[in-house]
Write a protein that binds this ligand. Sequence first.
Ligand code: NAD
Ligand code: DAU
Length: 340
Amino acid sequence: MMTIIVTGGAGFIGGNFIHYYLSAHPEDRVICVDKLTYAGNLSTLAPVMDNPNFRFCKLDICDREGVFALFEEEKPDAVINFAAESHVDRSIENPEIFLQTNIIGTATMMDACRAFGNVRYHQVSTDEVYGDLPLDRPDLFFTETTPIHTSSPYSSSKAGADLLVQAYQRTYGLPITISRCSNNYGPYHFPEKLIPLMIANCLNNKPLPVYGEGLNVRDWLYVEDHCKAIDLILHKGRIGEVYNVGGHNEMRNIDIVKLIIHELGKDESLITYVTDRKGHDLRYAIDPTKIHEELGWFPETKFQDGIKKTIKWYLENRQWWEEIISGEYQNYYEKMYGNR
Ligand code: NAD
Ligand code: DAU
């Protein structure tokens, strides 16, 4: 039996990971550490709150004293660090909290791992650390040896964290792995991000704000496939290694938006082209050969099925996202989209 600390488990991917992990490994114990920022939502964890192998702990990963006390009490066998400030647009408005949580928080978690017996540490990173690829070179992909070359304060903070994680292995021998995944979609995705924002706005007959001309390309992966990849890396990955995770599912933003409109039976007149994101990355595309060949991972959910499942989830769980968009989110939305 293993005890694992999952940080950021009240967020989108961490929450999906906890649901997946507790059913895949019912014998293991999972401790969720989450500060419950605007992006953390306890209702995401409601289905597991009564599970005797689950504990929720409201804690900032930068709180050294609190983190060390939790390690002392729980003696974890592994840490998976999902906790982060994750939205590129917010990082452009206010970079500081990104440096704090994404870099200092990562260092704090790893210091605790070192102090309590060299605990196994996995860092959930992103393909954004590789920067972007040109739109007219479909032959190019990110591999694990593509140089780090970031565009936004968000991606720079994630890259800073990755470098620290690798430094902790080389300097202190901390047993680490890193996964760099492409764009996820699925249930419990916070409605500031493209897919859930477009679903929520469509359902409310609100304008659909497409940045620039909508030609930027992202490589979409169903969130459960990402969770399975992390589980495999945790148990079978080679220590010290980076694994890219992605599903060869590149799509232009405008095509995603039109697909959502058609699935929901709405009209394309809802599309509103707005001022582009500053420094907007053109294209992300992952080469997942390494994780496929070493660990046998491959994406199981096809996009046409995953997007239908996702839309169905948002239709059936209106309370989850309506509560979010009726609160502080409205101020964010007005600030971000009001004069765009
Ligand atoms: P999210 O914003 O939905 O959730 C982040 C969670 O972290 C929230 O529950 C929040 O409360 C918590 N958190 C934030 N700061 C914290 C702190 N200081 N201490 C403790 N908890 C804190 O993010 P997400 O989309 O689920 O992303 C999770 C991780 O996966 C991030 O590290 C992100 O960089 C990475 N990632 C995301 C994607 C994607 O498409 N969403 C793709 C690749 C990698
Ligand atoms: O690639 C992995 C990354 O994917 C993760 O590391 C990030 O945490 C995650 O937020 C995501 O970043 P993106 O910037 O790619 O995701 P976002 O949903 O913000 O935007 C996707 C694309 O859609 C991007 O090209 C910008 C565009 N967009 C986004 C929003 C919110 C719009 O056109 N309109 C919008 O309103």
